[in-house]
Write a protein that binds this ligand. Structure first.
Ligand code: FES
Ligand code: FES
Length: 155
């Protein structure tokens, strides 16, 4: 099997696998990072969202070879900083219901805030539209993103 090297949550990892393997399975099965969820497997629901070089990326439709040499961040990496203002806002707004979609929601929200530090409601809705939530947590997600920008301004 060919070896693919890339960075996951700041650490270099080397994986021996078919380069066409979806990144989602490499993260979950090879690296044990099960915070990233499988939903549709077709790039349609956002449950599998991670960051690849800072971009929100659907890991179910991203093959391992596309991650070669890149920086991947999963929910485990983001959550390693308990002071992360986005996570604190998520908890304060009690966003999560069943929780299944939430890692992908948080990674998409983090990517939005990195490129747009104070997004409007419509910018939030547009950026988060492809992350589906069967529990309907959308209003709380929007509040948590606004809260992050407010808390960030106070620090
Ligand atoms: S599982 Fe990847 S977008 Fe649905
Ligand atoms: S919190 Fe249940 S699917 Fe989103």
């Amino acid at each position: 099997m060919p070896q693919v090297k890339f960075f996951v949550n700041g650490k270099q990892r080397t994986v021996s696998a078919d380069p066409n393997t979806p990144l989602l399975w490499v993260l979950r099965e090879s690296l044990g990072l099960t915070g990233t969820k499988y939903g549709c497997g077709q790039g349609l629901c956002g449950a599998c969202t991670v960051h690849v070089n800072g971009e929100a990326t659907r890991s179910c439709v991203t093959t391992l070879d596309l991650a070669e040499g890149k920086r991947v961040v999963t929910i485990e990496g983001l959550a390693s900083n308990v002071q992360n203002p986005l996570l604190r806002a998520w908890i304060a707004e009690e966003v999560s219901q069943c929780g299944y979609c939430q890692p992908g929601q948080i990674l998409s929200a983090a990517a939005l805030l990195a490129r747009k530090p104070n997004p409007s409601d419509s910018e939030i809705d547009e950026a988060m539209a492809a992350n589906l939530c069967r529990c309907g947590t959308y209003p709380r997600i929007r509040r948590a993103i606004h809260r992050t920008t407010q808390e960030g301004g106070r620090r």
